[in-house]
Design a protein around this ligand. Structure first.
Ligand code: DX5
Ligand code: ZN
Length: 214
């Protein structure tokens, strides 16, 4: 069964609690939270205080996706409110040190690559990762079109993780919907992020069930 991590980026934060209850009842695996600083990506979202309030209202593990410049500066702050904590390979931090710090602070570590980054560039860091995140859109905004060049990257990361004898979650983020989710699963993704597709559904529990049964 593939895991689902709905992305709340485009949700109404004042009514999120109701949606969180539906997620809990329908067995959502993680909640994906997109942190954007207006520098690493051309958009600004939210930070630690918002995540802290979400954490106080749900038991769903929080999957925090940092899209911020030099993320090592903020790992301690975000680790305190995250279960899974990921940052971008391209964001200007020492990758190995940052992954180690995330684990040392008790979170699961995740390394993320943008659509133009080749998977081979991160092979050496896989032993330090609990999850890798392959972006299937340019990070910054929800509701963009899925980029199929993410699929061979997932395959390559899966094969390399197996070669190294590692059991790593492979997450995909951007443009996931009824058509693209099966392609991602077939390529080897084990965690699907879905923003608009889940949040705009008029039957959230049914949509969650459909995706998780792929
Ligand atoms: C984009 C974010 C995504 C986004 C996904 O930068 O990382 O998590 O919310 O939204 P959809 O599923 O609508 O593409
Ligand atoms: Zn994301």
């Amino acid at each position: 069964m593939v895991k689902l991590s709905p992305s709340g980026l485009t949700s109404d934060f004042l009514t999120l609690e109701k949606v969180l209850k539906q997620f809990e009842e329908s067995g959502v695996d993680m909640l994906h939270l997109d942190v954007m600083d207006g520098i690493f990506v051309p958009n600004i979202s939210f930070g630690v205080p918002v995540i802290k309030s979400i954490k106080a209202h749900t038991n769903i593990p929080l999957d925090v996706h940092l899209m911020i410049d030099r993320p090592h500066r903020y790992i301690k702050d975000f680790a305190a409110v995250s279960d899974w904590l990921g940052f971008h390979y391209e964001a200007g931090s020492d990758v190995a040190e940052t992954l180690k710090e995330i684990r040392a602070l008790g979170c699961k570590s995740c390394l993320t690559i943008k659509p133009k980054t080749e998977p081979e560039e991160i092979f050496e860091f896989l032993p330090l990762c609990d999850m890798v995140l392959v972006m299937s859109v340019e990070p910054g905004f929800g509701g963009q079109k899925f980029m199929p060049n993410s699929l061979p990257k997932i395959k390559a990361l899966k094969a390399e993780a197996m070669r190294q004898g590692l059991n790593i979650e492979i997450e995909i983020d951007g443009g996931i919907n009824a058509e693209t989710a099966p392609l991602a699963v077939e390529a080897g993704a084990t965690v699907l992020v879905a923003g608009n597709y889940v949040f705009s559904s008029d039957n959230i529990p049914e949509t969650v069930k459909q995706i998780r049964s792929l």
